[in-house]
Ligand binder design. Structure first.
Ligand code: NAP
Ligand code: MG
Length: 500
């Protein structure tokens, strides 16, 4: 018998499933109740757009049309602001406990309708149903619950000071977590007594428009939340409207810069949650099994359409070969395909345009000399899909090490000392998040204090909680969402009147 090639200890202990085993299809079958054609939600009414124009929302799952979405023009956006300004007069004077009741109701209705919303989110955006079901929906409800709890306790946010609402808030959100980003924006704004004009992203407007029906169910007074859909032009009209007291934007650094320039000198408050290129740093004393799972989750969660994705892996030299071997084996077990299938790990890329961007950057990695590894998974023939991808031999100067890919692509680099890891991790224009994997608590604290990132996860990745503020440094933006810090970004501070 020929001698077997030696296997490492870790290989001997590993079970491999993935495509080695046949999985029966497990399609989610609950109805999403998607309308053929939607209307804008202004002043508590569903109204046809003054532009008389609509565009198609496409499902990235199969490239087919799902619904027609209205295009809000400047007149529609103005109507939304007028309604929000009118509603602000009474909403801002409502006792906090009363505002809290509405927020609790919204949270509970999201739980009641979570299956329907999860299916709609997956159909419209392409994320795996297990993620929309187990992450996006529970987290969106959690944000409303958390802020409902704050609504009558605002006097305790800043000792000795009172939080006053700002007025009408203009909010523009991206397509990667459509309903969750809506919750991050609307819940704190309403809890602090503001009213809202919100624009979802062009490719993922459906759950925001369904949310309008949920607000009706909750009996929210007309005009407190207005939802206007459309592309970048509608976003610009929301941002530049004179009635906006504050703009809250989540999206690309490029558009964030345009907004910051256009708001300069207007006196409007601004928070920007922008892009990222996070370093996930693995030391040679790290628990390797957990680290490999954390690396996989860090980059492949939501197809890598995550602003805080751990897209730059920095591995300490002594374990580089071992980690790469384990990652390749783990890659082979990821199931890529129909996002509506409950076994799917990696779903569809959000749009044809985004798929083109990912492919272009992947090609640049090959052209610049990095080595590509992809799993041999079968991708569906229709729809927009990209195989999970690893790059080794990456130099810091490569585009795939510097630019946000926003897709399932990991760039792997190595380091020798903690100093070198810190230098490499901070060598980016972004500063949103980072990960550290090590057995030593002191190393975690040292790294966390020296990494220039808004969030540093230790021996875990992509952990979120409404009570934990999230936001960036440098070109990842400013302002925080979640926690007390997030509330402060929706209010002005005044001395607390203790005689009240
Ligand atoms: P994007 O192109 O900047 O779009 C974000 C939103 O802005 C969309 O609703 C978009 O509308 C709108 N918009 C486009 N041009 C505008 C303009 N001139 N004025 C006002 N609004 C305008 O970003 P994206 O491609 O949707 O999202 C991906 C980016 O978001 C990534 O860079 C990611 O890192 C970032 N992101 C950051 C966070 C965070 O918390 N830091 C969270 C999620 C995503 P249309 O889409 O309809 O054109
Ligand atoms: Mg879509």
């Amino acid at each position: 018998m020929p001698a077997k090639s030696p296997r490492s200890k870790s290989q001997a202990r590993e079970l491999l499933f993935g495509d080695l085993w046949e999985f029966d299809p497990a399609p989610e079958s609950a109805p999403a109740f998607i309308d053929d054609r939607y209307r804008l939600f202004i002043d508590g009414k569903h109204s046809a757009p003054r532009s008389k124009k609509y565009f198609d929302s496409i499902s990235p799952r199969d490239g087919k049309k799902l619904a027609e979405i209205p295009v809000a023009n400047a007149a529609d956006v103005d109507a939304a602001y007028q309604a929000a300004a009118k509603a602000f007069k009474s909403w801002s004077k409502l006792p906090g406990a009363e505002r809290g009741k509405y927020l609790f109701r919204i949270a509970r209705l999201l739980q009641d309708r979570s299956r329907e919303f999860a299916v709609a989110e997956t159909l419209d955006g392409g994320k795996p149903i297990k993620e929309s079901r187990d992450f996006d929906l529970p987290m969106a409800a959690a944000h409303f619950f958390y802020h409902a709890g704050w609504a009558d306790k605002l006097d305790y946010v800043a000792p000795g000071r009172r939080l006053n609402p700002l007025g009408v808030i203009g909010q523009v959100i991206p397509w990667n977590f459509p309903l969750l980003m809506l919750a991050w924006k609307i819940a704190p704004a309403l809890a602090t007594g503001n009213t809202v004009v919100l624009k979802p992203a062009e490719t993922t407007s459906i759950t925001a428009l369904k949310f309008a029906t949920l607000l009706e169910q909750a009996g929210l007074p007309p005009g407190v939340v207005n939802i206007v859909t459309g592309a970048g032009e509608t976003g610009a009209a929301v941002v530049n409207h004179p009635l906006a007291a504050k703009i809250a934007f989540t999206g690309s650094t490029e558009v964030g810069k345009i907004i910051q320039r256009s708001l300069a000198g207007t006196g409007k408050k601004l928070t920007l949650e922008l892009g990222g290129k996070a370093a996930n740093i693995v030391f040679d004393d790290a628990p390797l099994d957990q680290a490999v799972e954390g690396i996989i989750n860090g980059i492949f969660f939501n197809q890598g359409h995550v602003c805080c994705a751990g897209s730059r892996l920095l591995v300490q030299e002594g374990i580089e070969t071992e980690i790469i071997a384990r990652l390749k084996r783990r890659l082979a077990t990821l199931r890529t395909g129909d996002p509506l299938d409950k076994n799917t790990d990696i779903g569809a890329i959000n749009s044809a345009e985004q798929l083109g961007r990912i492919r272009e950057l992947v090609q640049s990695g090959i052209d610049e000399g990095a080595e590509i590894h992809q799993s041999s998974c079968q991708l569906p023939k229709q729809g927009f899909y990209h195989a999970p991808t690893l790059f080794t031999g990456v130099a810091q100067s490569h585009r795939i090490a510097r630019e946000e890919i926003f897709g399932p692509v990991l760039s792997i680099m190595s380091f020798r000392t903690p100093e070198e890891a810190i230098e490499k991790a901070n060598n980016t224009c972004y500063g949103l998040s980072a990960g550290v994997w090590t057995d030593k608590g002191s190393k975690i604290l040292m790294m966390a204090s020296r990494l220039k990132a808004g969030v540093v996860w230790a021996n875990t990745y992509n952990k979120f909680d409404p009570s934990s503020p999230f936001g960036g440094y440098k070109e990842s933006g400013f302002g925080r969402e979640g926690g007390k810090h997030g509330l402060l970004d929706y209010a002005s501070l005044a001395p607390l009147d203790i005689t009240r």
